[in-house]
Design a protein around this ligand. Structure first.
Ligand SMILES: [Fe+2]
Ligand SMILES: [Fe+2]
Length: 225
């Protein structure tokens, strides 16, 4: 198996796990998901997306400092592709507020989302190559999970797809980004021998993501009497 196959297979397994065991993804699959709840998810994901260009600047700098010229160039080029994407999420949230009267206090940024963002930043400083692997994870996850989740949310919570464009557009666009990753991994000189270190970094990312997703649904689940 090449690195692309290893990481995407782990991401497939992760998505299957979420649908079985994660509160938020369970509620999507079973149809319990509510409008305010999914609006909160979109608001948090949109907030995360505002950090993509910020983190790519840091990643470029760290890679440069470590003499990883090609990797630094990759992060720089990537920033050009990813800038302003959070505007899709801003428009979604504005539409949801107007259409469904979603209140501001239902769509706060959760502590777990802040932890997720901070975790990504630490990842860059520890090893900018693991951030390169993170990018594959985040894009591939959106491609496999996005369409299925949007269809379920549209069906059960009756949110139109044109109010969830930050997911829908990324699911489409990142299909192409994901395809280039294997060639890019050669260009940047990703050291294949470090695969176990990337896998453990990825597992930490997945754990933080699971906690974030749970943080979205927790207010909607009544405490057991
Ligand atoms: Fe993007
Ligand atoms: Fe992308």
């Amino acid at each position: 198996m090449n690195l692309y196959q290893i990481f995407t297979q782990e991401t497939d397994t992760f998505f299957a796990y979420l649908k079985e065991h994660n509160l938020f993804y369970r509620r999507i699959v079973t149809g319990a998901i509510q409008v305010n709840e999914f609006a909160s998810f979109l608001r948090n994901v949109s907030f995360l997306t505002t950090y993509t260009p910020v983190h790519l600047v840091i990643a470029e700098r760290v890679a440069k400092e470590r003499g990883l010229t090609q990797l630094a160039q990759y992060f720089k080029d990537k920033r050009g592709e990813e800038v302003e994407h959070h505007r899709w999420g801003d428009a979604d949230v504005a539409a949801l507020k107007a259409h469904f009267k979603v209140p501001d206090d239902a769509i706060g940024i959760t502590k777990e989302m802040k932890d997720f963002i901070q975790g990504n930043e630490k990842l860059i400083h520890r090893d900018p190559f693991s951030y390169f692997v993170y990018i594959l994870f985040s894009e591939y996850f959106t491609v496999i999970a996005g369409p299925e989740c949007l269809a379920a949310v549209e069906k059960h919570a009756r949110i139109p797809q044109d109010m969830m464009t930050i997911i829908g557009r990324h699911a489409e666009l990142d299909k192409h980004h994901v395809k280039h990753w294997i060639d890019e991994s050669v260009d940047v000189g990703l050291p294949a021998a470090e695969v176990m270190s990337y896998q453990s970094a990825l597992r930490e990312v997945m754990d933080r993501y699971s906690l974030f997703a749970e943080s979205i649904s927790r207010p909607y689940v009544k405490a057991a009497a």
